[in-house]
Design a protein around this ligand. Structure first.
Ligand SMILES: [Zn+2]
Ligand SMILES: [Zn+2]
Length: 122
């Protein structure tokens, strides 16, 4: 038997099916009939729970310098914590050129990959 109900969405006025299974599910959680279609419910939920995530996604798309703190003209190279950014430096052990994913400040020696692995003793 299929005793599903049709409900008109409060937001977009689209009719959607309210199934028995969903009613049982909501009953078990003490929830009433939904007033929004699944799509609008998704948006509503995203608004409530994902404000921060959405804000970040949107800000990144529209307004890159809101997050990076840079003016747009400065380009990507100066973005904070861009993991793809590599800095060229000299290996402290063998003296060959190597690149590292952080800014070498000279506080601690930087090694190329093979010297680093050798020092770790594999
Ligand atoms: Zn809707
Ligand atoms: Zn080396």
């Amino acid at each position: 038997m299929t005793a599903s109900t049709q409900i008109i969405c409060r937001d977009c006025n689209n009719a959607f099916i309210y199934t028995d299974a969903e009613r049982d599910f909501r009953d078990s959680r003490g929830l009433t009939r939904p007033e929004l279609c699944p799509e609008c419910r998704g948006k509503e939920r995203a608004r409530r729970n994902g404000d921060l995530i959405l804000l970040y996604q949107r800000a990144d798309a529209l307004d890159p310098f809101l997050i990076s703190g840079e003016t747009p003209g400065n380009g990507r190279n100066h973005r904070v914590r861009d993991t793809r950014q590599q800095y060229t430096t000299t290996c402290a052990a063998c003296g060959s050129e190597t690149s590292v994913p952080f800014v070498p400040r000279g506080e601690r020696p930087v090694y190329c990959r093979s010297c680093y692995n050798a020092r770790k003793g594999r």
